[in-house]
Design a protein around this ligand. Structure first.
Ligand SMILES: Nc1nc2c(c(=O)[nH]1)N[C@H]1C(S)=C(S)[C@@H](COP(=O)(O)O)O[C@H]1N2
Ligand SMILES: [Mo]
Length: 366
């Protein structure tokens, strides 16, 4: 790390109380787009509507040159081309993925980084080969602690030059549903979602699902790379913090009625309306969704449909006899692990896992 690099990318900071979103944050937001919330109406997010988060540049990977290198504490180190991976056992899984930074831009004070509101989520059908089978065949040594996954993308972050790298504990990497995915919704992975190969870790926040995967390395110690520290819950920058893993429960509304162009405030006509949305959690299946029209003072149960897939979101609906007036609509998810969404803002220095209940202003007109 050099002094010049520090100048290029200083540590992330907190915005001043009245400070708006900067051109730098807009630059990130334009590259890393969210799910248009009306797409919460689909079971599986159509191609191009899934949120996107790429720290550096989208690398162009030549499929003929591509190799996945598996090495470290393993009996048989491997170098696999795409055909070798595609010829292995093939599995499809529907997974709701959410960025750990979702909700960040709503925090006060606001950590300055990718400024997500609530839209960093999507659900895809991922097809690929189970990682566990590959690792078992290659013979993981006793004493392996972490599996380190390396992406082909390269950049500098807060002064540290790196390829994107994340690890999983061996026990987590050996889960049967962790995939080396080469298809998304039945087509080849799009470049922006990791072509030609990415990791999919159902239930975990997005940062674990390493895109443009080229390396898998088994190591004897807890991996201590930059992106492990970066994705931690801490109150102060110097704290060690708690590593982010699974997705906290959240419910979102598919925006009811129609929007005002500039403010995107929802407008709808009075009468009987079906309010609908989705709910998910990476810890356990969703148990209940409650709805409020008064900003969270009073709650009533929504009708929860069974999630069609273990790791995909569940649809919920609620019939509203809407009368003329102004309302704040909210939905609140609880899962079977006992986790639920806070009604008061949680806060941490990086702006992670902010699953504060959504509040959607709605104007009902006659
Ligand atoms: N190689 C690599 N993998 C990556 C990232 C990245 O920047 N580089 N971003 C991570 C983060 S923070 C998220 S939220 C998800 C986003 O996946 P998506 O862009 O396919 O929605 O990818 C993860 N995998
Ligand atoms: Mo993310």
């Amino acid at each position: 790390m050099t002094a010049e690099m520090d100048a290029v990318s200083p540590p992330s900071r907190l915005a001043e109380p009245e400070e708006g979103i900067s051109a730098e944050e807009l630059q990130l937001a334009a590259r890393n787009h969210g799910l248009p919330l009306e797409a919460l109406r689909f079971d599986v997010t159509p191609p191009g509507l899934h949120y996107l988060l790429t720290h550096y540049d989208i690398p162009v990977v030549d499929p003929d040159e591509f190799r996945l290198v598996v090495d470290g504490l393993i009996d048989t180190p491997l170098s696999l081309d795409l055909d070798a991976i595609r010829n292995r056992p093939r599995v499809s899984t529907v997974v709701t993925m959410e960025c750990a930074g979702n909700g960040r831009a709503l925090l006060r004070p606001r950590p300055v980084s990718q400024p997500w509101l609530v839209e960093a989520v999507g659900t895809s059908r991922w097809t690929g080969s189970p990682l566990a089978q590959l690792l078992r065949e290659a013979g993981v040594h006793n004493g392996s602690v972490d599996v380190v996954f390396t992406g082909a993308d390269h950049g500098i972050e807060r002064g540290v030059e790196q390829n994107y790298q994340r690890s999983l504990p061996v026990t987590e990497a050996m889960r049967e549903d962790v995939l080396l995915a080469y298809e998304m919704n039945g087509g080849p992975l799009p470049p922006q979602h990791g072509y030609p190969l990415r990791l999919v870790v159902p239930g975990w926040y997005g940062m674990a699902h390493v895109k443009w995967l080229t390396g898998i390395n088994l190591v004897a110690d807890r991996f201590d790379g930059f992106q492990m520290h970066a994705y931690s819950l801490r109150q102060q920058p110097e704290e060690h913090g708690v590593l982010l893993t699974r997705i906290e429960p959240r419910a979102l509304l598919a925006p009811p009625g129609f929007p005002d162009f500039m403010s995107r405030t929802r407008v709808l006509r009075s009468g009987r309306i079906t309010v609908e949305g989705r709910a998910w959690s990476g810890w356990a299946p969703i148990r209940a969704v409650d709805v409020s029209i008064d900003g969270g003072d009073t709650w009533t149960s929504a009708k929860l449909e069974p999630a069609p897939h273990r790791w995909g979101w569940a649809r919920w609906t609620w019939i509203w006899e809407a009368t003329v007036g102004s309302y704040l609509l909210s939905a609140r998810a609880s899962d079977r692990s006992g986790r639920s969404q806070p009604v008061d803002q949680p806060w941490n220095r990086g702006g992670f896992a902010n699953n504060l209940v959504q509040r959607v202003p709605v104007a009902v007109i006659s």
